[in-house]
Design a protein around this ligand. Structure first.
Ligand SMILES: [Zn+2]
Length: 127
């Protein structure tokens, strides 16, 4: 991958990182609201649940974005972490923080091997 391409992905990743790091918007959605109406309680609990899940997803994404930026720094960006083949530019355009080529991502999604993300989740659960 040449410098120009690398810089393009770097800019995309940095923009995403800034957006995610400033994500106080969704955090504001998580607040415990008291309501006398049981139905509202259920609905609010559901909304809170959803907001927490979104935060989880954003935290995961932010971690992936940071890892991708680190790979740009150390020169390993754009190479699949699993099979070490180059990741297709079309995939990087769509998902610049991806660590895997489409084939390995699909294998990881089917849990055929432990992706870094899965490992992170396991480590977080163990902590
Ligand atoms: Zn691969």
């Amino acid at each position: 991958m040449n410098r120009t391409e690398l810089n393009k992905y770097k800019a995309m990743l940095e923009a995403r990182r800034a957006e995610l790091a400033g994500g106080s918007r969704s955090r504001d959605e998580i607040r415990i609201e008291k309501t006398p109406d049981a139905l509202d309680e259920v609905q609010l609990a559901g909304e809170r649940e959803l907001a927490i899940r979104n935060l989880d997803r954003e935290a995961n994404l932010l971690r992936n974005v940071r890892a991708a930026l680190a790979r740009i720094e150390d020169g390993s960006y754009g190479v699949c972490l699993h099979c070490e083949e180059e990741i297709k530019p079309k995939r990087l355009e769509a998902v610049p923080w991806t660590a895997y080529c489409i084939r390995c991502q699909e294998a990881a999604d089917r849990h055929e091997f432990e992706s870094a993300e899965t490992l992170d989740a396991i480590l977080a659960d163990a902590a």
